[in-house]
Design a protein around this ligand. Structure first.
Ligand SMILES: Cc1cc2nc3c(=O)[nH]c(=O)nc-3n(C[C@H](O)[C@H](O)[C@H](O)COP(=O)(O)OP(=O)(O)OC[C@H]3O[C@@H](n4cnc5c(N)ncnc54)[C@H](O)[C@@H]3O)c2cc1C
Length: 428
């Protein structure tokens, strides 16, 4: 049943704020456990990050704090198409992370040692020759010295997967309210009572905030001040090709995935950190990251002014849900990414870009998500701040929310991911 304009009389076991992959998965697993669940999405399902990302489902090179979540997510992805009864472009072709220098190779080796040793992953190091054998289209002039390779990593079609999870949740009895966002989480005597949508209180035993870049604003009003920032990132897609590249490739500055139709989807290096009023408050949190990696995102001080003048945004894309945010993709950087792709894979150097689009990454200073209960507010759960790599863990993050809402164990080790870790202020 799809329900818009629900009344305040109805009690929900769980209200999920946000119809991205995390919120939809939370609703799916909650509905499967028999909970009465409502998804509230201010825009369209998958219209933010979940429908616009690169589509890597990658375990390798993750922060070890989020690796248990990602390993559990991979198990879910492996069975997801069968569970949903439809294709979501899932392909477990592995992820290859190219090393361009001995220093890069050493750091990948260090990760591989722990990832395979302590976490039991199938990650292994490849020599340059082994890498060329695995990637026959990679130019012998690429300059690589080796690579890290995880065969159990995969890829999926972002918008299709998010939509399929959403529809499966509806089929199991979850409901949805579309088009108007949650303006406020309602809390009484330290206990969540529900959420406000368009002037109406919708009551719930548990509220789970999975609102991506919209999470911090909601949480701040109930006492959790997450230093969440937004980085505008661009993705480019080429024309289709008949050749097949089963692996996702992490190149020197771009990620490359072939989609289910044969087009190559390429991430564009860096991003734009569009300055907002909150940016000044959060500056100290990000000082260390900026010092260590000044190229990670370009600070766009003009953003407040740019918001005042209209731009065309992107042309509507049939397979990506439209967003009212009209984010501006970076066409010059997209062309640079296409050139890097062509330099590494000369067979595809002449393949034209067909389209580019942007998405807004919700990031936290330590670039791992905040997942779990919020202390001091009974019944309030959070899964946000995936910092540009939450599509892969998304289904399991949703499952964790559903488990916690049902009063069960999270189902995965969340040590180091608590939303409370930012209490106490920024490091000086
Ligand atoms: C360009 C780009 C490339 C990426 N590439 C990858 C990749 O290859 N692999 C990977 O694992 N991850 C990748 N990511 C990150 C990944 O897309 C996100 O981490 C993941 O989709 C987050 O899912 P989510 O459900 O938490 O948030 P979102 O998908 O952002 O969904 C949150 C939803 O909440 C809604 N919302 C916000 N505020 C409110 C409110 N007040 N009331 C109601 N609804 C609200 C929004 O409209 C939105 O639909 C990429 C991201 C981008 C932008």
């Amino acid at each position: 049943m799809t329900r818009t304009g629900v009344t305040s009389k109805h009690d929900w076991d769980l209200i999920v704020v946000g119809g991205g992959i995390v919120g939809c998965a939370a609703a799916l697993y909650a509905a499967r456990m028999g909970m009465a669940c409502l998804i509230v999405e201010r825009d369209m399902i998958g219209s933010a990050q979940s429908g616009r990302n690169l589509g890597f489902v990658r375990q390798q090179a993750r922060d070890f704090r989020e690796l248990p979540l990602m390993i559990a997510a991979t198990r879910l992805w492996e069975g997801l198409e069968a569970e949903l009864g439809r294709s979501i472009g899932w392909h477990q072709g592995g992820n290859v992370s190219l090393a361009m220098s001995e220093v890069e190779l050493a750091s990948r080796r260090e990760w591989q040692y722990r990832g395979s040793g302590e976490f039991g992953l199938d990650t292994r190091m490849l020599s340059a020759v082994e890498t060329y054998n695995l990637l026959p289209h990679l130019t012998p002039d690429s300059g690589i010295v080796g690579a890290m390779y995880t065969p159990s990593d995969g890829r999926a079609e972002p918008a299709r997967a998010t939509r399929a999870i959403f529809e499966a949740a509806l089929q199991l009895g979850a409901s949805v309210s579309l088009g108007t966002g949650v303006s406020r989480i309602d809390v009484s005597a330290g206990q969540v009572t529900g959420v406000w949508i368009g002037g109406t209180l919708h009551r719930a035993r548990t509220v789970a905030v999975a609102a991506g870049a919209g999470s911090a604003a909601l949480l701040r009003r109930v006492g959790l001040d997450l230093p969440q920032e937004r980085i505008r990132a661009t993705v480019a897609r080429t024309a289709r090709r008949p050749e097949r590249m089963p692996q996702c490739v992490s190149g020197p500055t771009t990620g490359i995935r072939q989609d289910a139709d044969g087009a190559f989807v390429i991430s564009v290096a860096g991003g734009e950190y569009d300055v907002r009023p909150d940016s000044w408050r959060h500056m100290r949190w990000y000082a260390a990251t900026r010092r260590e990696n000044p190229e990670a995102a370009k600070i766009n001080y003009l953003a407040p002014l740019q918001r005042l003048w209209p731009h065309r945004g992107q042309a509507p894309l049939a397979d990506i849900p439209p967003s009212r945010d009209r984010l501006r993709p970076e066409s010059q950087r997209a062309e640079q990414a296409r050139q890097e792709f062509g330099r590494l894979f000369p067979a595809f150097a002449e393949v034209p870009l067909q389209t580019i689009w942007a998405g807004e990454i919700d990031t936290l200073p330590d670039v791992v998500p905040a997942i779990g209960p919020v202390s001091g507010v009974e019944g309030l759960l959070v899964a946000t701040g995936f910092s540009g790599h939450g599509f892969g863990p998304g289904p399991m993050a949703g499952c964790v929310l559903a488990n916690l809402a049902a009063g069960r164990d999270a189902g995965v080790d969340l040590t180091g991911l608590s939303p409370d870790r930012f209490r106490g202020g920024a490091p000086r």
